[in-house]
Ligand binder design. Structure first.
Ligand code: BGC
Length: 531
């Protein structure tokens, strides 16, 4: 009984009321405007130099790499020009020691090596042709640009972008910490390592995963206006949206095309409300922040994304385990356990180790509706080494995990609603029947049961959105969006490189249905497209 009452009290601490939600939306809008006006704000609102979204007719073969959290992905993407694409990719886990390497070179050399392996395995022909030509061309510059893959670099950390393939790292997030890289151009860091291996690859575009997701969603689900927002709810969280250039008041450092009147903005909403004026703040949120590698920043992300939800839950559970007034994962004797045994928490259980509880178990808890919660109880045994957990313990676990995730989903709705409101599309009479398209990706939104439903439930109570507005917001998964989006931006960049960038590059793409494929530079230096 004590456990049930204590669980209820804990769950109540994760309540984020309708009123809280509405206040947070107002504050989000305020912080968005602030970030559009100047640098150094909580919501960074980073201009991306991408000034339009695709419409599905784009074609060509591109490469993309994706460094975003736990894994590094290398892919090649054939854009078919009919809203479809074919993707080939490999994925490797980033060794933990490289996430906190002494020098940036160590990490980027590892990335370049993966690109080399990918090319050898999947594009041997181009790779060998390139090596052969390098050996036959006498001028050191002669081989520079031939058979070169344009590569879109998805780098999912806050970067001050200075141009389409240039950007300096502002700070690391999601457990990475390599101070040597801060302030450096991450495209140059990668290109240097690629060149050391003499690979036929040019880093053509720098892309945040949210921008990639936005582009991919517009390519695969084209509507009258394209997607308005690309969002990630995975290891980390963030969103990129299409903003009117007129609202962007802070000075831009690089060149860009002004004709569309729009620019994609990377909000870096993980750092929304670092000052905690509207974000909830339980003792466990505070404890987590203290032990993180970046205390005081990414405060929204620390309450919303996959990397952190498991740790919040672990801290709560640990307090419960230590609480002498309740019996949690502890039995007086086998009679107080419905399996007629007594629970043991192994010494090496992840529950005792910081970051030792993987958020994935929260999805198992949420989806287990078996009468005895036997699926969750088995998971507790296999992943957390908690043996013979009783039914009431599993119930408490499920309730608390559910409360942590529910709060995360409500906070996710705050960001989505604020951005939809900012675009003004809900009140634009010209778009009255149009869906408002939002592309999402990431483990949380993909695997946590009913995460999107909880977002919708919250959208309905938000002022200015309501039942009707929520119906028009179409939140769809853009799986592997960052890779496809990076390829799309590499295509744009290749177009800009040719110096034929029209006032509206998208209009050109539409009318010419360019099939870029690989770009070849013959010895006389003239650029031609191979197909
Ligand atoms: C990063 C963002 C990224 C997000 C999702 C955050 O930690 O700061 O740049 O988009 O994670 O991957």
């Amino acid at each position: 009984m004590a456990l049930e009452a204590e669980t209820k009290a804990i769950v109540a601490k994760f309540d984020y009321t309708d009123d809280d939600v509405n206040k947070a939306v107002d504050e989000f809008l305020r912080q968005m405007a602030e970030g559009l006006g100047k640098d150094g704000t909580s919501l960074s609102q980073i201009p991306t130099y991408v000034t339009g979204v695709p419409n599905g007719t784009e074609k060509g073969l591109y490469m993309a790499v994706d460094l975003g959290g736990t894994n590094f992905r290398v892919c090649s993407i054939q854009l078919n020009g009919d809203s479809t694409f074919n993707l080939t990719y490999t994925k490797v886990a980033i060794p933990k020691k490289l996430m906190v390497a002494k020098t940036a070179e160590e990490l980027f050399a590892f990335l370049a090596k993966q690109i080399e392996l990918f090319l050898k395995t999947n594009h041997e022909e181009q790779f060998v042709a390139h090596i052969r030509r390098r050996m036959t061309v006498s001028s050191p510059d002669g081989f520079r640009d031939e058979n070169v893959f344009r590569l879109g670099f998805t780098f999912s950390f806050p970067v001050q972008q200075i141009g389409i393939n240039k950007g300096n790292l502002i700070r690391w997030t999601k457990g990475f910490d390599i101070p040597d890289a801060i302030g450096k151009d991450v495209c140059a860091l990668l290109q240097i390592e690629i060149d050391k291996l003499h690979l036929p690859v040019k880093v053509a575009a720098l892309v945040n995963d949210t921008v990639g997701t936005l582009m991919a969603r517009s390519y695969t689900a084209p509507g009258k206006t394209g997607a308005v927002l690309g969002a990630i709810f995975g290891t980390g969280t963030n969103g990129a949206y299409v903003e009117k250039l007129a609202n962007l008041k802070k000075p831009l450092l690089g060149e860009y095309d002004k004709s569309t009147g729009d620019m994609v903005i990377n909000t870096e909403w993980g750092s929304f409300d670092n000052q905690l004026s509207v974000l909830p703040n339980t003792p466990w949120d505070m404890a987590l922040d203290k032990t993180s590698v970046n205390p005081g920043i990414q405060m929204y992300e620390k309450r919303v994304s996959g990397m952190f939800l498991g740790e919040i839950l672990r801290l709560v559970l640990l307090d419960l385990v230590k609480n002498p007034a309740v019996s949690f994962f502890r039995d007086d004797n086998s009679n107080s356990n419905d399996w007629k045994s007594t629970t043991t928490i192994a010494q090496n259980s992840g529950i005792y180790t910081p970051w030792g509880l993987d958020t994935a178990i929260m999805s198992v808890a949420a989806s287990d509706n078996t009468p005895e919660l036997s699926v969750l109880r088995q998971e507790l045994e296999s992943t957390l080494n908690i043996y013979s957990p009783a039914y009431d313990d599993a119930q408490a676990f499920k309730a608390i995990a559910g409360a942590v995730a529910h709060r995360a989903a409500r906070l996710a709705a705050v960001a989505i609603a604020a951005i939809v409101l900012q675009t003004g599309k809900l009140t634009d009479p010209a778009l009255a029947d149009e869906p408002i398209d939002v592309g999402v990706d990431g483990s949380l939104v993909e695997h946590y049961p009913y995460f999107r439903d909880m977002i919708y439930e919250t959208l309905r109570i938000i002022k200015g959105v309501g039942e009707e507005g929520a119906k028009r917001i179409r939140i769809g998964i853009a799986k592997d969006g960052s890779g496809v989006g990076a390829a799309l931006i590499a295509l744009v960049a290749a177009n800009m490189e040719k110096n034929t960038t029209p006032a509206d590059y998208l209009a050109e793409l539409r009318s010419q249905a360019i099939n870029h494929h690989l770009t070849t530079v013959p010895e006389d230096g003239e650029t031609v497209a191979t197909d």
